[in-house]
Design a binder for this molecule. Structure first.
Ligand SMILES: [Zn+2]
Length: 148
């Protein structure tokens, strides 16, 4: 099914745009400020160098982070979560919403595990760009967070 191009908020329209344009449009639609893309790309390049030839799952294992599956779908208000990374407990919990996109979610969380010094909304942009690169996606992984 194709959607009308005039339909506002359609993710399908965003998928075809250049990656950096997708990132900006996505973040603005999520109510966040346009990201500092130059800085984000530097953080992602640095994290990719730390990842090396390992898969995200291998990097998490090397960091002592175990992946656990949860049957619960936690939510705070209207926000639901796909995963929770607890670096103190060394666990990455995947929730039912992660099913079907688990590798993207794991790659996203691996950025956080490799780059704990990057925080806030900027870290989310970096983690999504990292997941996009690692998974070889043509679309920004952050688009998964857009409603509908
Ligand atoms: Zn994140």
């Amino acid at each position: 099914m194709s959607k009308s191009k005039s339909e506002e908020g359609s993710q399908e329209d965003l998928h075809a745009l250049p990656l950096d344009v997708q990132v900006e449009a996505c973040e603005v639609r999520l109510g966040r400020r346009p990201p500092d893309l130059a800085r984000a790309h530097r953080e992602v390049a640095s994290a990719l160098a730390r990842l090396g030839t390992r898969t995200p799952r291998e990097a998490l294992a090397d960091l002592g982070v175990a992946i656990a599956l949860s049957g619960d779908d936690p939510s705070i208000g209207t926000t639901t979560f796909r995963a929770l990374l607890d670096l103190e407990e060394r666990t990455l919990t995947l929730y039912p919403r992660a099913s079907g996109v688990a590798d993207v979610v794991i790659a996203h969380e691996t950025f956080h595990a490799l780059s704990p010094h990057v925080s806030g909304a900027h870290a989310e942009v970096c983690a999504n760009l990292f997941a996009t690169a690692v998974q070889g996606l043509s679309w920004y992984a952050g688009l998964l967070d857009l409603p509908g």
